[in-house]
Ligand binder design. Structure first.
Ligand code: GLN
Ligand code: ZN
Length: 760
C-alpha cells in the first residue's frame, strides 16, 4: 500500500499521452545519418530512410508501452522551430523562396562558406538550441504541410493514429526576432490565417486532436500579447479540431485565466516544475475541458515518486472525473536520453534510480493504470534511494551548515586588491590574455582517444601533453601575451573533465541528449553530495607554470556551469548542490594559489541560462548563484587575481549581478555585437576590470590590428584604461593554429600600439 493516500472514488484507468520522443535513436543513428549526408557519404534517400525508420520504431515502442496519445511531427531532421517555419512558410527571405529542399533546409541551419545560417539560441531554460525565426514584413506565409501530413500517414500505415504536435502561433512568434526593429506582432493576422489553414488541412485528413505547444504561457506576458492570444485562438475556434494547449517548464501562473479562456479542448500543465498550480487549474478549467497532467519529469532522469503523484491524480479525478484526466510527461522527452538498457557500467544502485525516455513511458502507463504492484515496486526504489548512504556525505553537509558570511567575501574590497595585484603581477596597462583553451587539433583528440582505448599508455599520453603544453607556452611568449594559459589540451569537455575528479557524479555510456542539429551532449549525473577527493588541475597548471616566468592563469569551470550542464539530483535543492560544487572548487582554487598560481579563472558561461523563466524568480536564483561563485573564489588572498568568463551574449539585464560576483577581472563575449555590451556599462558603472572580447572566435577570419584597435578605443569610451583587458571572445579550442596565431599577434599589436598612445 502507498501510505497516506485517499482512495479515489473510482479506480478507473486513466488515459496516457506523450508530448514528444527523443529523435536521435538508441545509437544516435540520426546523428550519423545527418553527418554522413553532410559529408557526402550518404545520399538524401539514405538519410530520409534512416529518419523514417527511427520515427516508425519510436511510434511502435510508444504503442507497445501503452501510450494512447502518441505524437507525430515531434521528429525533426534538425530543429522543430525550423520545421514550424517551413510549415507556415516563414523561412527567412535571404535563403530564397519556393519549396524548401533539403539543401535549403540545411543551409538555414548550418553555416557554410557561402552563407551564415540562422542564429541559434537556447530553448527556454534547457540546453536545446533552436533556430531563431527572423520576422519581417515581407513574409508570405505559404503553408507547406508535406512533413506534417507525411508523418501522420506514415504512422497510419502502422495502424497508429497520432496526435500531431505544432508549435503554437504566439510561441513561434515570440521565439523570433524582428528584423531591423520590425514588430513581430504585426504578422499576427497572416500567421493566424496560416494556422487556420493548417488545422483545416488536418481536419480534412480526419485528425481529431492536435497538441499545440504554447510554453510562452509560462512567461511574463505583456497585456498586448495576452490580447493577441485571445485574438488568435478565437480565430482558430471554428475549425473542427480539439486542441491540447500545452505548457511546460514552469507555472502558467497569472496567465491561467487567459489559457483557460482560449477555450481549447484541453490544457497541459507541468506539475513537476510547478505542482502548486494544480489547485488553481482545477478550479479554473471550464466544464468539458480536459486536463493533461505533466507528472513524469521530461527533462531530468530520476524515477518518479508515485506517492507524490498519486494524490495529485486522485485530486484531479475527484474533481473532473477520470475521463477528463490524462497522464503525461511534464514536457517533451526530447530532453532525456533514449533508454537505459545499454547502460552496463552504471552501478546497479544508481541505475535503478534512473528513468530515460522509454522507462518514463512505462512510468506514465503504470501511474495511469494505478497498478498496485507497480506502485509498490516504485515505493521500494524511492525508499532505497532515500536510505542510500552513498548520496550523503556528512562532512560536506557539515561544511555547508557551518558556512559564515565571511566565507562568501574576499578579504579586502576590490580597490585594495587591485593595487596589491598590480604590484604582485607587474602587468602593463591593457594586459593581454586568452580565455583558456588553445586549438584542440585532430592530433590532440587522437591521443585522448588512444589512451582511453588503451592503444597508448598513460605515460605516452602524459609525454604528449607535456610537449604540447610546452609548445603552447613558448608560442604565447613569442606572441607577447601577458597572462598565459596552459591550453586545456587534456580536457574533453569543460564539465565532464571536472566531474570525473569529483565524488557524487556518475557517468552514462549512452545518455545522449540533443543539443542542436546532430550535436548531442552526455551530461554527467549528480547523484550524491559533491566533494573533491584530490586536486583536479594542479598537475598540468603547475607544469605550465614551471615553464614560464610570466603569470600563468589557472582554469576552472564554475559551480553554476557544472550544475547547468549536468543531470542534477532532485532530492535536495539545486542551491545546495551548487554550493557543494563551490566548496570543492574552493579547495582547488586554494591549492592552485598554494602552488604559486596568482591568476585563477573560474568560467561561468551558463550563469545566465540558469535564470528562471519568470522575472519574479530571478532575485532568489541570482542570490544563491552569485553566492556559489563567491564561495568558490573568495578563499584566496588579496594578491591572487580571480577572473571569470561568460559568453552567449545578452548579459545586459543581469549586469548588476555580474558585478556582484566581485571577480577582479571578467572577460565577456562581445565582438559580434560590436561591443553593444559596453553601452550597458554606460548606465551600470562596472567597478572592476573587464576584457570585452575583441574578436569572434566562432569564425576563422583573422581580424586586423586596426580593427581590434577600433574596438578597444570604443571600449575606452566607457571604461578607464586601468580597467581594460585585451582578449578574444571565448576559448580557441575550435580554431586552427595558423589563424589563432595570426589573430593573437594582431591583438597584441593593437594593445601595444594603444598602450603607447595612452602613456604618451
Ligand atoms: N575556458 C574555456 C575555454 O577557453 C571557456 C569555454 C566557454 O566559455 N564556453 O575553452
Ligand atoms: Zn566562452
Amino acid at each position: 500500500m502507498v501510505a497516506g493516500r485517499n482512495v479515489p472514488k473510482s479506480n478507473q484507468r486513466l488515459k496516457t499521452a506523450n508530448l514528444g520522443f527523443p529523435r536521435m535513436g538508441r545509437q544516435r543513428e540520426l546523428k550519423f545519418a545527418l553527418e554522413g549526408y553532410w559529408t557526402g557519404k550518404h545520399t538524401e534517400k539514405e538519410l530520409l530512410e534512416t529518419a523514417s525508420a527511427l520515427r516508425r520504431e519510436h511510434w511502435k515502442l510508444q504503442r507497445a508501452a501503452g501510450i494512447e496519445f502518441i505524437p507525430s511531427n515531434d521528429f525533426s531532421l534538425y530543429d522543430q522551430v525550423l520545421d514550424a517555419l517551413v510549415l507556415v512558410g516563414a523561412t527567412p527571405e535571404r535563403f530564397g523562396g519556393g519549396a524548401v529542399t533539403l539543401e535549403r533546409y540545411f543551409a538555414m541551419a548550418r553555416n557554410s562558406r557561402e552563407q551564415t545560417a540562422m542564429e541559434m539560441t537556447k530553448w527556454f531554460d534547457t540546453n536545446y538550441h533552436y533556430l531563431v525565426p527572423e520576422w519581417s514584413a515581407g513574409i508570405s506565409f505559404q503553408i507547406d504541410t508535406t512533413k506534417l501530413l507525411g508523418e501522420i500517414s506514415e504512422a497510419r500505415a502502422l495502424g497508429i493514429e497520432t496526435r500531431p504536435t505544432l508549435i503554437g502561433p504566439l510561441t513561434l512568434l515570440l521565439l523570433g526576432k524582428g528584423v531591423e526593429g520590425f514588430d513581430p506582432l504585426m504578422l499576427l493576422p497572416k500567421l493566424t490565417a496560416a494556422y487556420k489553414q493548417i488545422l483545416e488541412r488536418l481536419a480534412a485528413e480526419g485528425v481529431t486532436w492536435v497538441q499545440i505547444d504554447e510554453p510562452m504561457l509560462v512567461t511574463d506576458l505583456e497585456a498586448r500579447t495576452r490580447e493577441a492570444y485571445r485574438h488568435v485562438y478565437s480565430e482558430l475556434k471554428p475549425v473542427p479540431m480539439k486542441l491540447m494547449l500545452t505548457t511546460y517548464f514552469d507555472s502558467v501562473g497569472d496567465n491561467l485565466q487567459i489559457a483557460v479562456e482560449l477555450g481549447t479542448a484541453g490544457l497541459h500543465i507541468d506539475l513537476v516544475r510547478a505542482p502548486e498550480q494544480l489547485k488553481a487549474t482545477l478550479a479554473a478549467l471550464k466544464p468539458e475541458q480536459i486536463l493533461s497532467m505533466g507528472v513524469v519529469e521530461g527533462r531530468n532522469i530520476w524515477l518518479t515518486d508515485f506517492s507524490v503523484v498519486m494524490p495529485m491524480l486522485d485530486e484531479a479525478v475527484n474533481r473532473l472525473g477520470g475521463d477528463r484526466v490524462l497522464v503525461a510527461p511534464s514536457c517533451s522527452l526530447l530532453h532525456v536520453p533514449h533508454d537505459l538498457r545499454s547502460e552496463a557500467q552504471l552501478s546497479p544502485n544508481i541505475k535503478s534510480w534512473l528513468r530515460f525516455a522509454e522507462e518514463k513511458l512505462a512510468e506514465i502507463v503504470a501511474l495511469a493504470n494505478r497498478d498496485e504492484t507497480a506502485h509498490q515496486a516504485n515505493a521500494a526504489v524511492v525508499a532505497d534511494r532515500e536510505a542510500a548512504e552513498t548520496t550523503t556525505n556528512p562532512q560536506v553537509r557539515a561544511a555547508i551548515a557551518t558556512l559564515e558570511a565571511r566565507d562568501f567575501q574576499r578579504k579586502s574590497p576590490y580597490p585594495k586588491r587591485a593595487s596589491v595585484q598590480r604590484e604582485e603581477l607587474g602587468l602593463p596597462l591593457l594586459p593581454t590574455t586568452t580565455i583558456g583553451s588553445f586549438p584542440q587539433t585532430a592530433e590532440v583528440r587522437k591521443h585522448r582517444a588512444a589512451v582511453k582505448q588503451g592503444h597508448e599508455t598513460p605515460e605516452q599520453y602524459d609525454a604528449f601533453l607535456r610537449d604540447t603544453i610546452a609548445k603552447c607556452i613558448r608560442e604565447q611568449e613569442r606572441i607577447g601575451l601577458d597572462v598565459l594559459v596552459h591550453g586545456e589540451f587534456e580536457r574533453n569537455d569543460m564539465v565532464e573533465y571536472f566531474a570525473e575528479f569529483l565524488d557524487g557524479f556518475a557517468f552514462t555510456e549512452n545518455g545522449w541528449v540533443q543539443s542542436y542539429g546532430s550535436r548531442c551532449v552526455k551530461p554527467p549525473v549528480i547523484y550524491g553530495d559533491v566533494s573533491r577527493p584530490a586536486p583536479m588541475t594542479l598537475k598540468w597548471t603547475g607544469y605550465a607554470r614551471s615553464l614560464t616566468s610570466r603569470p600563468l592563469k589557472g582554469m576552472l569551470t564554475g559551480p553554476i556551469t557544472v550544475l547547468q550542464w549536468s543531470f542534477v539530483r532532485n532530492d535536495i535543492p539545486r542551491k545546495e548542490t551548487a554550493w557543494q560544487i563551490a566548496l570543492a572548487l574552493r579547495d582547488e582554487v586554494k591549492d592552485l594559489e598554494g602552488a604559486g598560481i596568482r591568476v585563477i579563472q573560474v568560467d561561468e558561461p551558463a550563469l545566465r541560462e540558469g535564470l528562471p523563466l519568470r522575472r519574479a524568480d530571478w532575485p532568489a536564483y541570482l542570490d544563491w548563484a552569485i553566492k556559489a561563485f563567491k564561495l568558490a573564489t573568495s578563499g584566496v588572498g588579496d594578491e591572487t587575481q580571480i577572473h571569470t568568463h561568460m559568453c552567449y551574449c545578452e548579459f545586459e539585464d543581469i549586469l548588476p549581478s555580474i558585478a556582484a560576483l566581485d571577480a577582479d577581472v571578467i572577460s565577456m563575449e562581445s565582438a559580434r555585437s560590436r561591443m553593444e555590451l559596453l553601452s550597458a556599462f554606460r548606465s551600470h558603472k562596472y567597478p572592476n576590470e573587464i576584457g570585452p572580447g575583441v574578436y569572434d572566435i566562432h569564425s576563422p577570419r583573422v581580424p586586423s590590428a586596426a580593427e581590434i584597435g577600433d574596438l578597444l578605443r570604443l571600449a575606452l569610451k566607457v571604461l578607464k584604461p586601468e580597467q581594460l583587458w585585451v582578449n578574444p571572445d571565448c576559448g580557441l579550442k575550435t580554431r586552427g593554429w595558423p589563424e589563432t596565431v595570426a589573430a593573437l599577434e594582431n591583438m597584441c599589436k593593437a594593445a601595444s600600439e594603444l598602450r603607447a598612445q595612452l602613456s604618451a
